[in-house]
Design a protein around this ligand. Structure first.
Ligand code: ADP
Ligand code: MG
Length: 346
């Protein structure tokens, strides 16, 4: 224990970004051991009430929408809260054990980044599952803090920074200064809600039924928050709601902008709300340094432009937004001061 004080990141320390959509396990040097969907496939039938686990991660995602009735794909952290403790624990253990198989660790120290809104009971469950998977020590870090560190914001300075992390289940906004969160806000409107809005729109406007994986693909391929200079087009296949037959249609990026505009607007409102609460001393820094976007949602075309137009401040997409939180979690472990503060809080 005492020795820990003199060394930063051990070669066998592990950083885990336990996201609502994706879990990333990283080790020193930003080497990625695991990058898979936070999904568990369980068997549900009259003999398996408690749900035998059939697959985790990518394999489980493949099963969504294509599974017989007795297999259910569960996203245990879907809305930024733990829907099912047991399954969450099993998922964490599974990912840690798989990481162990790729590299073997001597009882690692593990830092886990969790959605901001987790209750203390939920946080304890996450810690215990990491301990039971063989950790020597477990630290938890809040998502906006990890996102800001990962995006390279100068959070240790007496200078305000603002980060917006748009994941699958939650959008988390944090104002940071001197290594801590000054203001934070988490809303349950993020990537998943955009997928649902796209499914809805396609059903209402074209009478076409599509699944959530198709909706996500559409969002990634042609989605935008503000009009594109050259609109994008995508051919979609689905089932016609009226005839019941398979049909295909052409969707444009403008369709998708229309489909997701209410959700994007709510994200903008949340950002606006946080800006109104920023202490005057930090406001100047944010005006000067701008706002950084991280998480998969940061990749929505022109989202930076859309936010910038409504808050009248510069907005940037962080480098490798899908990896920012995992990188920030790893970096937090290298920083002993930060580690001690985090340990004191958790
Ligand atoms: N290129 C992209 N454009 C738009 N959305 C994307 C893109 N890539 C990933 N996403 C979305 O980002 C979300 C996942 O982001 P992530 O930061 O991994 O979430 P979490 O931290 O909640 O696990 C999903 O909703 C996914 O559809
Ligand atoms: Mg995340």
């Amino acid at each position: 224990m005492f020795l820990n004080k003199f060394v930063g990141w051990f070669s066998h320390d592990i950083a885990i970004d336990l996201g609502t959509a994706n879990t990333i396990v990283m080790i020193k040097g930003h080497e990625i051991l695991i990058n898979e969907p936070s999904i568990v496939a369980v068997k549900v039938d009259k003999y398996h009430h408690d749900g035998e686990i059939l697959a985790v991660g990518k394999e489980a995602k493949e099963m969504i929408g294509k599974t017989p009735d007795n297999i259910r794909a569960i996203r245990p952290l879907r809305d930024g809260v733990i829907a099912d403790f047991e399954i969450t624990e099993k998922m964490i253990r599974y990912f840690i054990e798989r990481a162990h198989k790729r590299k073997s660790f001597m009882r690692p120290r593990i830092m886990v980044c969790v959605p901001y809104g987790l209750t203390s009971v939920e946080r304890k469950a996450v810690k215990e599952s990491a301990m039971s998977a063989g950790a020597r020590e477990v630290f938890l870090i809040e998502e906006p803090l990890a996102a800001a560190i990962g995006a390279g914001l100068p959070i240790q300075e007496p200078q305000g920074s603002l980060v917006v992390d748009i994941g699958g289940g939650t959008t988390e906004i944090g104002v940071l200064s001197l290594g801590g969160l000054v203001i934070s806000k988490s809303i349950r409107i993020a990537g998943d809600k955009l997928d649902l809005a796209i499914m809805d729109y396609v059903r209402k406007k074209f009478n076409l039924l599509i699944g959530d994986r198709t909706a996500e693909e559409i969002k990634i391929d042609i989605g935008c928050a503000a009009p594109l200079e050259t609109p994008l087009i995508k051919l979609i296949k689905g089932r016609d709601q009226v005839s019941g037959l398979l049909n295909s249609i052409e969707l444009t990026s403008e369709d998708i902008r229309e489909a997701i505009k209410d959700q994007i607007k709510e994200m903008g409102n949340a950002l606006h709300g946080v800006l109104q609460e920023v202490p005057p001393d930090l406001a100047g820094d944010i005006v000067e340094n701008g706002i950084v976007l991280t998480g998969g949602g940061a990749l929505i075309r022109n989202l930076d432009k859309y936010f910038s137009d409504i808050v009248k401040l510069p907005v940037y997409v962080g480098e490798e937004p899908l990896l920012a939180v995992a990188k920030g979690t790893g970096k937090a472990m290298e920083d002993m001061d930060m580690l001690e503060r985090i340990a004191a809080r958790s």
